[in-house]
Design a protein around this ligand. Structure first.
Ligand code: SAM
Length: 247
């Protein structure tokens, strides 16, 4: 059988596509991509012409068995997403599972990942962290998710899009109060910014400058202190805040 290569692509700076990623994309029989138009542009930049197969959240289940059949038939495939590492807040998990269950070799070509890029410049404890990806879009579900994380001692990593960054920062302030945090925006791109401070000051800076609301975001929040009294006080504070919201 062939191999399924899971290939990370750049998160904004094309210079971040590694040599092995390029070799792999050149060598495979076909490339599974989230958005084939987007990936075609990336490949054109590197002079790669390859059959592209759409694999996105709506057809992944249906496609997986056909792709596994191709792999079993001896073809090698690459899996890419629009940006960064496939499966990380991106499709691919079902295909990878199906391939593994069929005994196919699944091999990574690692590279950019926005969460790890942000963590690497945040200056927040990075020995243990919890990747939370995107929060629920509805306000009440979002605050509920955040509230469940109040006592989490690990550093928290969130993804956010420009149209929700203000709301998300507001909810982070409500739930986590003055905790230290970092907002990484447009990492590796022309307008890359990394802001740090306590959550209320970050919220104020993003509110004051429309440019700070453009692009793509990673928000990193320091974990809860481990001492029990601090946690209890934190719990009381969050409870009081949430009660205010419900009035
Ligand atoms: N698979 C990707 C990865 O490995 O990071 C993540 C895909 S997810 C659909 C897209 C989200 O990742 C964006 O909404 C943003 O939160 C984050 N992101 C992607 N590129 C980024 C960048 N250059 N700077 C900051 N955040 C980025």
């Amino acid at each position: 059988p062939g191999t399924l290569h899971v290939v990370a692509t750049p998160i904004g700076n094309l210079g971040d596509l590694g040599a092995r990623a390029l070799e792999t994309l050149q060598a495979v029989d076909a490339i599974c991509a989230e958005d084939t138009r987007h990936t075609r542009q990336l490949l054109a930049h590197f002079g790669v012409e390859k059959t592209l197969i759409a694999l996105h959240q709506h057809n992944e289940m249906a496609q997986a068995s056909q792709l596994v059949a191709r792999l079993l038939g001896g073809q090698s495939l690459a899996l890419v997403s629009d940006a960064g590492t496939p499966l990380v807040s991106d499709p691919g998990f079902r295909l990878v599972r199906a391939a593994r269950e069929a005994g196919i070799r699944v091999s990574p070509v690692p590279g950019a990942c926005a969460a790890i890029a942000a963590l690497s410049v945040a200056g927040i404890a990075s020995d243990r962290f919890a990747f939370e990806g995107f929060l629920p879009t509805k306000g009440s579900a979002r605050r509920e998710r955040l509230t469940a994380l109040v006592a989490e001692p690990r550093t928290l990593i969130f993804y956010e899009a420009s149209h929700r960054i203000e709301e998300t920062l507001a909810d982070l302030v409500t739930v986590f109060g003055p905790r230290h945090a970092v907002v990484g925006r447009e990492l590796t791109k022309l307008f890359e910014t990394v802001l740090d401070g306590d959550l209320p000051s970050l919220q104020a800076r993003v509110a004051a400058d429309p440019n700070q609301r453009r692009g793509e975001f990673v928000v990193i929040v320091e974990g809860a202190g481990e001492d029990a009294d601090a946690l209890l006080a934190e719990g009381r504070r969050v409870y009081a805040k949430l009660c205010e919201h419900m009035k």
